[in-house]
Ligand binder design. Structure first.
Ligand code: AQP
Length: 343
């Protein structure tokens, strides 16, 4: 992978993160974690648990600490190797917050006003939302650019925020006459797991904050819970079609076929070739079996890791040290470019 649209000549580097704001679900696993693992053999990777982002909505303090360890355990259980990738808590690297302030003075209000995720998450009473929820995408830009990350593996819901990151980088480089100082970061989104939808509504994304637990498969669900949720998943009465165009206008069927494809490493067309003409009575048990086979080892490993929090803390401390060593010189150079004393 190369960044063909800029003359940026720095190293290729990956940054991504997940919020410790609830149990991880299948969307987080397929949209983010699976890609984290694939990229760790291709370039330098930094994976953080974005606790600064989590507190944009209320988090009970003890639970936040526990959930930070849980997300770190999920990274490890999914196959992230802490020798290859730095795993750390965002709040353990103060450079994120410091660069975010500089970027708040680069980003324009009009840019943030266009962010659809703020509109979705703030709901009807946006005047009651935290200021942090509004400026969240600016902090996200700082998370990425404080490492001059060139690639960010994320689900499709983050596409708009990645565009904002590129806008901030370009404006900073231009305003401070620092050509190609920050890279124009590429999102790594492609693949059938990029947008996993709710099991109750094929037009809404699978989300931690959906009040219905039936809408998502959690990484902590056991085989019985998975089978029950897939059995009750919303579908339609038609059998599965022979070709992709037969899924048009059938968002729930499309979603389940997409999940099957992502988990089995096949395309949706290949899945349809196997199940064409069959009803959901046949397809759903096969999907539940596949889900259990893929997720059960991850869940078991997470449980094993969480039984020894000291080991997780060692991984997080080591990762934070490595992340700080990358971020601090980049922040220092940014401050010099901005003109902060002593110049
Ligand atoms: N449904 C999804 N399909 C594919 N990828 C997804 N991601 C989230 N939902 C899906 C990806 O998971 C990564 C971590 O997300 P996050 O926890 O930092 O925040 P989020 O995007 O806001 O995820 P949630 O789980 O849906 O939380 P709430 O309910 O709080 O909005 C990101 O790469 C994201 O793209």
């Amino acid at each position: 992978m190369t960044d063909s649209k800029t003359a940026y000549a720095g190293p290729q580097r990956v940054l991504s993160g997940v919020q410790p704001s609830g149990d991880l679900h299948l969307g987080n696993y397929l949209g983010a974690l699976v890609k984290f693992v694939a990229l760790q053999d291709q370039m330098e990777c930094l994976y953080c648990v974005v606790d600064l982002h989590a507190i944009t909505t209320w988090q009970e303090p003890k639970r936040l600490t526990a959930q930070t360890r849980e997300i770190a355990a999920a990274y490890l259980a999914a196959g992230v190797d802490p020798k290859k990738a730095a795993i750390f808590a965002q709040s353990a690297v103060p450079a994120h917050a410091e660069l975010a302030w500089i970027f708040q003075c680069v980003a324009r209000l009009g840019w943030l006003d266009r962010m659809t995720q703020f509109k979705e998450k703030s709901g009807k009473h946006k005047e009651r939302a935290s200021v942090g929820l509004y400026t969240y995408p600016v902090l996200q830009a700082a998370d990425i650019l404080v490492y001059k990350a060139t690639h960010v593996p994320v689900g499709e819901d983050q596409k708009q925020h990645l565009e904002l990151t590129r806008d901030i980088a370009a404006k900073f480089n231009h305003d401070f006459d620092a050509p190609d100082f920050f890279p124009l970061t590429q999102p790594v989104i492609e693949g059938p797991g990029a947008r996993v939808m709710s099991l109750r509504d094929g037009t809404a994304k699978m989300s931690k904050s959906d009040p219905s637990d039936q809408s998502r498969i959690n990484l902590t669900d056991d085989a019985d819970a998975i089978a029950a949720k897939i059995r009750k998943a919303k579908t339609d009465p038609e059998p599965l079609p022979e070709a992709l165009d037969g899924l048009a206008g059938r968002p729930e069927a499309d979603n389940l076929v997409g999940i099957f494809a992502a988990l089995s490493g096949r395309t949706k067309a290949e899945v349809l070739a196997e199940f064409a003409g069959q009803g959901f009575g046949r397809f759903k048990p096969a999907l539940a079996e596949l889900l259990t086979a893929r997720l059960a080892p991850v869940t078991a490993e997470m449980r094993r890791l969480l039984a020894d929090p000291a080991q997780i803390d060692r991984v997080l401390a080591d990762g934070a040290e490595r992340a700080r060593a990358v971020a601090e010189p980049i922040l220092a150079e940014t401050k010099r470019i901005v003109g902060f004393w002593p110049g």
